[in-house]
Ligand binder design. Structure first.
Ligand code: CDP
Length: 213
């Protein structure tokens, strides 16, 4: 009998989890879920309804999030970065979203990227990867994804601002009481500074092959 393959890809903000997880899913013919989008969509719905994500309960907004929300184009903006991290610290929100994530992997398995996939959502995942890079590398990658003018003379200042934002979010994500960002004990770390997306994929595929033999 073939084992249902669940691959957990966790790590801090903008470490390249999404790029890797998407390509792994394609290479292994598995469904892919970016779980950060569930928290982003929850924060987005709360802001749209005129609520402050730093104050009110977000559970009912989480309950109304469906997979169709995840293709919204307004989820990767700074106010939603912050809102996602704030609602993600609410235990009731996480309880609602656990089921969505477990159901997604269903009978066919999946590649999921996030913060707590290997620790909380799928503690028995077949393979757990923890993707890291220095804050400067992560900020540069995120800036390059979002930059409206790649030749701006403000490049270094803008990257420094992004670096501060992702460090603040990592701090919040790592220090929260519920499902904090941390590597599972049995996760394999990939340090991606200086590696291309192809090199990270090749390393991840080697790890998957080794662990699923
Ligand atoms: O893409 P990036 O790494 O910037 O963030 P993301 O993966 O889209 O996640 C946005 C926020 O959602 C994070 O800062 C976490 O607070 C939260 N999150 C979480 O708590 N648990 C997950 N499994 C995924 C995201």
């Amino acid at each position: 009998m073939t084992r249902r393959l669940v691959i957990a890809v966790d790590g801090p903000a903008a470490a390249g989890k999404g790029t890797l997880a998407k390509r792994l899913a394609l290479a292994l013919d598995l469904p892919y879920l970016d779980t950060g989008l569930l928290y982003r969509a929850t924060g987005r719905r709360m802001i749209d309804a005129g609520h402050d994500p730093a104050r009110g309960a977000a559970e009912e907004f989480a309950a109304s999030v469906g997979l169709e929300d995840l293709s919204r184009t307004d989820l990767r903006v700074p106010e939603v970065d912050r809102a996602a991290s704030l609602v993600a610290a609410q235990p009731a929100v996480r309880r609602v979203l656990v089921d969505v994530q477990r159901r997604f992997a269903g009978e066919h398995g999946a590649v999921l990227d996030g913060r707590d996939i290997g620790t909380v959502i799928f503690p028995d995942a077949s393979v757990k990867l923890f993707i890291t890079a220095s804050p400067r590398t992560r900020a540069t990658r995120r800036w390059e994804q979002l930059a409206t003018d790649p030749d701006t003379p403000d490049r270094e200042e803008q990257i420094t601002r992004v670096e501060r934002e992702i460090e603040a979010r990592d701090m919040a994500d790592s220090s929260r009481a519920v499902a904090p960002l941390r590597a599972a004990e049995d996760a394999v770390r990939i340090e991606t500074d200086g590696l291309s997306a192809d090199e990270v994929l090749a390393e991840a595929l080697r790890i998957v092959a080794r662990m699923t033999r």
